[in-house]
Write a protein that binds this ligand. Sequence first.
Ligand SMILES: [Zn+2]
Length: 789
Amino acid sequence: MEQLLEFFKPKRYQLELFIDKENDLVDGDVVITGAAKADKIFLHAVDMKIKSVKVNDTKAEFTHDGEVISLNAPFSDNVKIEVKFQNKLNKNMEGIYLSTYKHGKKIEKIVSTQFESHYAREAFPCVDEPAAKAVFELTIKLPEGSDDIVLSNNIVAKKDDTTTIFEPTPRMSTYLLAFVIGKFHAKSLKNAHGTLITTYAPLNQSPDSVDFANEVAARSLEFYDNEFGVPYPLEKLDQVAIPDFDAGAMENWGLVTYRESMLLADKTATFGTKKSIALTVAHELSHQWFGDLVTMRWWDDLWLNESFASIMEYMAVDAIYPEFKIWQGFFTGDCLSALYRDAYFDVQSVHQDVSSPAEIATLFDGAIVYSKGARLMLMLIRAMGWDNFKKGIYDYFKRYAYQNTIGDNLWEALAPYTDFNPKEFMHAWIDQPGYPVLTDGEQQRFLLDGEMKPSNWPIPQVLDDMSGHYVLNLSEKEFTEKLADFDNLSLEQKLRLLIDRSLLARTPLCASASLLDLIAKFKNEDSAAIWKIIISIISNLKIFFDPDSDEEKMFKKYVLGLISDKLKEVGLKTRKDDDENTVRLRSDLLALDFYAEDRTNLTKLAKLYSDDLTALDVETRSDILDAKLYLEPAMLNDYLKKYQAIADPEIKYDLLYATTLTKDEKNIDKLVSLLGEPEIVKPQDHLHLYLYLFRNSKARAKAFEWLKANWKYVEEMSGDKTIDSYPRYMAGVIRTTAEAEAFFEFFDQFKDQPVMARTLKIAHKEINARLALITSDQKDVIEKLKSCA
Ligand SMILES: [Zn+2]
């Protein structure tokens, strides 16, 4: 179907909703004024009862097929349509949905919204397309006696016992409208530019858990005000943690909603969690400009929002908290995952055509759209310079504020400030998948699943830092020389040297066995970022060893030998004067230590356990929990009880993760049964639990049997949003022919479903490439390992 905007262009919505969360009822009345550009007009309206329709105050005939309302209207620049409708609250984290949690003995209910990408149409009749920007005047009515807080995009204009009327929103897209109804702890502060920032947490969370997010939000908005030159246009910004949340966060203009773990930091929060909260908040707030103020015309350019926000989050956090050394996380996280994912022939390009918004979820490969997109943005920013980039961005915001754009509008706005053509440059990188490997100045597309062929990506200047999305294939001589000079390289040069090598080792260009010699050189390394890459190399090597084999035991011993001196140096416990690097390093080394099943240290860690989990050393809490349960599998029930009782999202996550490491058969059965108990493990956490079990070699077969038997259940729970994440991440674990056959036998039945097609195609390639690598390199790796022992 054509886009509905071609028939009717809404200017203003007066939306009144009566919401009774106890009786699961939404009763609505929407008056839409706008321009009719045909004699027939259409409104999106999904899964709701349409009670009546009026056109220019006269009762009108209409049809409703469950998705779209069709009616006749006069050609006019000023048509008024009124629709009365009735609806229920969704339970699946989209549209207007109900979220619940336990507070003491009571079940508390929160009503929240998630309209991106195309769920506003499940809430009220509208033209639910990003280019259909309009002003929204929202009124929310609650039943008599309700003492809930009611929030929306803008400030409250008027309020009485049951009715809250909000100030009209700026002109914006339907997917950005939002409201939240419930009881919360809240704290406010005004930032230096006068914006009032308030962060809300459910009642079972600590009131102080909002402080950090408030601070990040205040300073991020100041940062963007200054850097973008266009001030944040609303008077206030609210941030709310919602106990059931599908994604990580949602950038609704003026009312950003978050998964609890992405917003709330109590004094029990680790440094790592604070960093991820800072990045998430900074990401969402950059969307207040890029996405909210200026919005893509259609969903095919959604990557533009996400790539931009994914690089701005690092810019902002680095400026606000330089001590976080946040770029290191970008290089060892986003860059690495983009390189690994983008190395398969059929992977999606950053920009991808989408005809229906339902396809968006299927095209949202995070490693590509967020991580690769961000890296390409960084490549562009570094090539033109941040100050020049800012000038272009300023022009772009000025020109397109409250409007819609396509990618080319941005490249054209940047063009006056570059000495190259940003449009040509970015199209070459964004419209096709992949990246090159450079050997003696010659380019080939780097592939793990096929023959590399000459390629022609534009590269302004080949650099050996982390800016460029390519792999440098150094000659053995060059590589050895650089390695000998390692101490004199910059951190980015060091990271590139190791990252490129780890990628090349997955191809015939470099032998896997050589990685064992390589990592041995880093025993004394102090940088946590370098260790991160060493760890990823170790993970790559794990595939060569059968679980519980003598070879695997030998490898674990090898890993222990590699880390033990460094771990002794940093110690098992947090020390007062630890810097950011030490905290990160200890945590990574302890994870390796657990992998190596180092009983001496596990025993020491387990001794630090206390029944009061909030009393544990914050930074090593998860290691203590892992160790304790490893040594005392009978603790499982105690862990699960605590998991249900504790509200702190991070401790909950630590507990759940620890349980999934178990090797005990009975424990595994118990955990697999939890996959079907949404009362205990919320649907928002199902994928995590599932994948952690699947990664555990002892639990893998049982987890897979469960998935096959309960696929319908998983489908219903995931909708079209995350279902492809299951095979996507499972494919990353499979390492034997038997596992591969079982995987394909089940998943191939879905290979023609649009939601699954691409993911399954790449899963085939990824698994086959891994099996081929094991066949070709296993013998040498094991021999090399024996010679190291
Ligand atoms: Zn985003």
